[in-house]
Design a protein around this ligand. Sequence first.
Ligand code: FAD
Length: 424
Amino acid sequence: MEFDVVVIGGGLAGLSCAIRLAEQGKRCGVVSAGQGALFFSSGSLDLLSRLPDGSPVTSPLEALGELSRQAPRHPYSLLGAQAVTALAREAQTLLARCDLSLFGRSAQNHWRVTPLGTRRATWLSPADIPVTELGQVLPWSKVLVAGIEGFLDFEPHLIAGSLATEQEIDAATAYVHLPALDPLRNNPSEFRAVNIARVLDIPENTRALAEELNRLAGDAECIILPACIGLDGPRPLEQLRAAVSRPVRLLPTLPPSLLGLRIFQALRQRLTRLGGVFMPGDRVLKAKFDGRRIAGVYTRSHADIMLRAQQVVLAGGSFFSNGLVADRDRIYEPVFGADVWSHADRGEWSRADFFAPQPYLQFGVKTDNDLRVLLDNEPVENLYAVGAVLGGYDPLQQGCGAGVSLISALHAAQRIALSLKETA
Ligand SMILES: Cc1cc2nc3c(=O)[nH]c(=O)nc-3n(C[C@H](O)[C@H](O)[C@H](O)COP(=O)(O)OP(=O)(O)OC[C@H]3O[C@@H](n4cnc5c(N)ncnc54)[C@H](O)[C@@H]3O)c2cc1C
């Protein structure tokens, strides 16, 4: 099998890189072993919410200079502020071309309401979740936080308490009971957001939900629900909103996350519509080198048939997705054996304080300033690393996970398109 580009990993980074290349007519194959972080994410995309020294960031692009002083190995610092600014803009237009409706802008973070009802700064949020500009409060003085009876991944009282304390909102709570959900209740492990959405998206059940909410809403100006509706698109939520005649907002639930899943589906659809080949459930096992170039890769399902490519993108994610592996005394990248930022001393991998920034979150593949993977301190000519597999940053403490994935992916796509043009 022959491609212009083979991408290893079908998460946010791998998919957005492949989409950008497919938009330019490149033949892309994406091999993806399993579910990436999007399936477990809030659905909001972070660009930069905190500097390494802990200071909060209001305007991510203005903070890039200070970031590169504090974290010179951060992927944004390698690419430089000018490139990051342009690529952040490009990322937003790419997401819009995937028909994703997102609130937010790169110039300034906004607050999203979390599953605990607290607020967290972020870059882009699904249009359906409650958000405000920084320093502001939600525009409703009375809301109803409605849980679903028996659904344990959403805690209305906790959310209402935080809304009252942090935003002085009079938040009532209630539980929706719908007989249509009873069959799911028989097995608690099945009573999850995605399965609930499959039931609630059926029009007669959406209508029943609306009736129940109208009964419970009282004088609430807005209803907040767990994100358990609209699995395949916005239509069921639109129907619900029309029937309850007041704003309805969704909050992310514990994983699996419907809001993150929707982003994955939108990206995957865009890629396949553009002619990209998505290979789910397959894993790249090893590569064939030709000097300092990769000639192709071998996967579990394709056995000894090599996937040949002129350019290869490593987007395998971090430990969570097995893009990086930790054994007793070393951290390694399993496909290419790339150079990795880590500590030789295992005692330095983590901190005993659970809430302290964890050093292992900064571990990851080393690259040159162009994001080409280093092997024995030298770049591999046609191998780029993008997204969570990269080292030098802490997505959790710095609130920059999705931003690094999108921006590094679009940078690699740009470099690859250029080099394919030169060799054409
Ligand atoms: C649980 C969790 C929640 C998060 N929530 C948020 C959030 O709400 N907002 C935010 O901004 N950031 C969040 N992040 C940060 C997250 O890392 C980035 O936002 C981003 O989604 C990472 O995308 P990625 O494509 O780099 O990696 P991943 O999403 O991890 O995708 C990597 C993919 O590569 C595949 N893969 C790995 N090795 C191979 C191989 N050898 N062959 C083939 N496929 C392979 C994996 O199966 C996976 O599908 C979260 C991270 C985690 C772990």
